[in-house]
Design a protein around this ligand. Structure first.
Ligand code: PLP
Length: 307
């Protein structure tokens, strides 16, 4: 599997560590890179495991909130730089981003790499949705700072095989024995028969256009959900990647929506430590078109009914 990933990323197999899902990759990275008295910068809204992973490593977290305007979410590079103190050891980024669907452009990636070099920081780049984008293929953070970037990936997301629990870290070769040592004390190794299967599937996926088909299928479902929510008059933030999007349903709460519409949405409070933007929810469209249409009908009945 390391060879298959080395081919894919244009690195040597020694630059790859295979893990039990991206979840373990993130745990191993934070255990290895940060410790007591140190802190990691995390962008908010964030995927839930980042905070506990930092805390389990004995480290602190400094949150940098994405800007949110009518046009959508934006990385505030000035706020990112202002968050860097002598305690900060690493910046943790995720793109395409869960929950916002945000993708960082080349200028932003270059600026983040520049900051990391200036302040001598590690970069942890969670790219589990790397093949799930709707515009141009996004660049990778590691292209701009390969000497300090650890790229996290997931066979679960790439191949729609979440149950396999296989993931990976691609990073600077000199650090990989430390990461491999750390993971020896967690799950020892991802199951080898699954690794063999994933290695073969990664090669076939590239050769047989699996990712193009994946994007096409999700683009259809994204557009169905976008147009359905917009026709209800809701404010929707169009995702540039992932199978998530955020939209505003002011005046509703998640429990009420489950009960009244039988549609489960994740409230923004799951992705913000405090003061989440009011009325904001994450929708997941990793469902069939029929299920999405049914959910839209049920939501419309609740949203459009007089209070
Ligand atoms: C941004 C992000 N990172 C990591 C993971 C975990 O991936 P895995 O299932 O490979 O552990 C997820 C899963 O939802 C995710 O959304």
């Amino acid at each position: 599997m390391r060879e298959a990933l080395a081919e894919e990323f244009g690195v040597e197999p020694e630059a790859v560590v295979v893990t039990s899902g991206a979840t373990e990759a993130l745990y191993v990275l934070l255990q290895s890179l940060v410790g007591p008295g140190e802190e990691v910068v995390v962008l908010e809204p964030f995927f839930d495991v980042y905070l506990p992973d930092a805390f389990l490593a004995g480290a602190g977290v400094r949150l940098v909130r994405l800007g949110l305007t009518q046009e959508g979410f934006r990385l505030d590079l000035k706020a990112l730089e202002e968050a860097i103190t002598p305690r900060i050891r690493a910046l943790l980024l995720n793109a395409p981003m869960n929950p916002t669907g945000l993708v960082f452009g080349e200028e932003e990636l270059r600026a983040v790499a520049e900051l990391a070099r200036r302040y001598d920081l590690f970069l942890v780049s969670d790219e589990v949705y790397d093949e799930l984008y709707y515009g141009e293929r996004p660049r990778r953070l590691r292209d701009f700072a390969p000497e300090r970037t650890f790229t996290v990936g997931s066979a679960g997301k790439r191949l729609e095989a979440t149950g396999y629990r296989v993931g990976w870290i691609v990073g600077p070769k000199a650090f990989m024995p430390t990461l491999a040592g750390m993971r020896q004390w967690t799950s020892f190794s991802a199951p080898t028969p699954l690794q063999a299967g994933v290695a073969e599937a990664l090669r076939l996926a590239r050769k047989e256009g699996f990712y193009e088909a994946l994007r096409e299928g999700y683009r259809k479902r994204r557009d169905l959900l976008l147009s359905g929510l917009r026709s209800m008059g809701l404010k929707v933030y169009e995702p540039e990647g992932t199978y998530f999007l955020m939209a505003e349903l002011p005046g509703f709460d998640a429990f009420q929506l489950v009960e009244a519409a039988r549609v489960a949405l994740i409230p923004a409070s799951a992705f913000y430590r405090e003061d989440p933007p009011p009325g904001l929810f994450r929708f997941a469209f990793c469902k069939s078109e029929e299920e999405i249409s049914l959910a839209l009908d049920r939501l419309a009945a609740v949203v459009n009914s007089p209070a």
